[in-house]
Design a protein around this ligand. Structure first.
Ligand SMILES: Cc1cc2nc3c(=O)[nH]c(=O)nc-3n(C[C@H](O)[C@H](O)[C@H](O)COP(=O)(O)O)c2cc1C
Length: 302
């Protein structure tokens, strides 16, 4: 997730509750193939502890996906993912993200070029169930024809943004289509995504809809223990929040705004007496030292 699961947060997740696989934030394929490349590379840093780790790119230029897949190999990634689901205006107007749902022939060329660049690395696609309306019956088979190793399906259309509950019945239908498609040696894995916040729910949905996996996005906010199935104490939450903050500063000082950390504070500091007052103080913090200081005073007070 852009400006959420950066290298600092993924390091924390890998340490406290590692999932089976993680994806980077999406990075512009056009940007990486321009003079702006150097300024974007921080989005592709990762630590060995995060493996397996997949690099995600967005764009609408097949040759740029070829170059980005080569770059992902060079950098040592374990897989390459193509974003075909982002509903943001500035992404869609480039013909990228969810706009590719309306352009299956370009989507296929992008998958082919990415596969060519990725060589032995698996190529996955992250998408939605349609653009304006549900169109899984045509869109998913179009993707399957290009033979990605995996399709991650977010159970909403582009038009629905995040305004309605994810439609898992449609995700299930897409999984059904994938099962019937192609030869058994080249089966595309289907992973469902949308509104899952816990491991039990994920396992239940994977079983009910016969999926190969479930991706969790927002559920990880403020909860890097999610995949370990742990519920830490308030003190532990605050300790890790401070650790996360120092790591963010170490990796991104002068590169990313410190405000990126503020949405993490809203998520970490929740569900205990005094949380609101502490959040308000944290919103004023300008660096990791100040955050540590605020937290230390708060914990001593309780
Ligand atoms: C802040 C934010 C940033 C996101 N950035 C990305 C991204 O870079 N790439 C991507 O494929 N999806 C991105 N998404 C979408 C999520 O991956 C996911 O599909 C969506 O939030 C629904 O799943 P969830 O209910 O588990 O969060 C983002 C979502 C949020 C809320």
């Amino acid at each position: 997730m852009a400006d959420v699961t950066d290298a600092a947060f993924r390091f924390i997740i890998a340490k406290y509750g590692k999932p089976d696989v993680m994806w980077t934030e999406f990075v512009s394929a056009d940007g990486l193939c321009s003079e702006g490349k150097k300024a974007l590379l921080h989005n592709l840093r990762f630590d060995e502890s995060e493996r397996p780790i997949v690099a995600q790119f967005f764009g609408a230029t097949p040759e740029h996906f070829y170059s980005c897949a080569l770059l992902a190999r060079e950098l040592g990634f374990d897989g390459v993912d193509i974003n075909m689901g982002c509903p943001e205006k500035n992404v869609v107007k480039q013909g990228a993200g969810a706009a590719l749902i309306k352009n299956p022939s370009l989507a296929k060329r992008i998958i082919e070029e990415t596969k060519r660049g990725a060589g032995p690395l698996p190529v996955s696609v992250k998408t939605r169930i349609g653009f304006n309306a549900k169109e899984e019956l045509s869109w998913i088979p179009a993707l399957l024809e290009a033979g990605p190793a995996c399709i991650v399906i977010h159970g909403r259309t582009k038009k629905e943004m995040s305004l309605v509950p994810a439609d898992w019945e449609t995700i299930g239908r897409a999984a059904e289509l994938a099962k019937r498609f192609g030869s058994s040696s080249e089966k595309t894995l289907i992973v469902g995504n949308g509104d899952v916040t816990g491991l039990e729910d994920a396992a239940e949905k994977a079983a009910r809809y016969e999926l190969d996996g479930v991706m969790i996005g927002r559920g990880i906010f403020g909860n890097p223990w999610l995949f370990a199935g742990l519920s830490p104490s308030k003190e532990e939450k605050l300790r890790v929040m401070v650790e996360h903050t120092f790591l963010f500063e170490k990796f991104f000082k002068g590169i990313k705004s410190f405000d990126v950390m503020k949405k993490h504070y809203k998520a970490y500091v929740n569900g205990f007496r005094g949380a609101k007052e502490l959040r308000i103080k944290l919103m004023e913090a300008k660096n990791a030292e100040e955050v540590a200081d605020i937290v230390e005073k708060n914990v001593m007070k309780v």
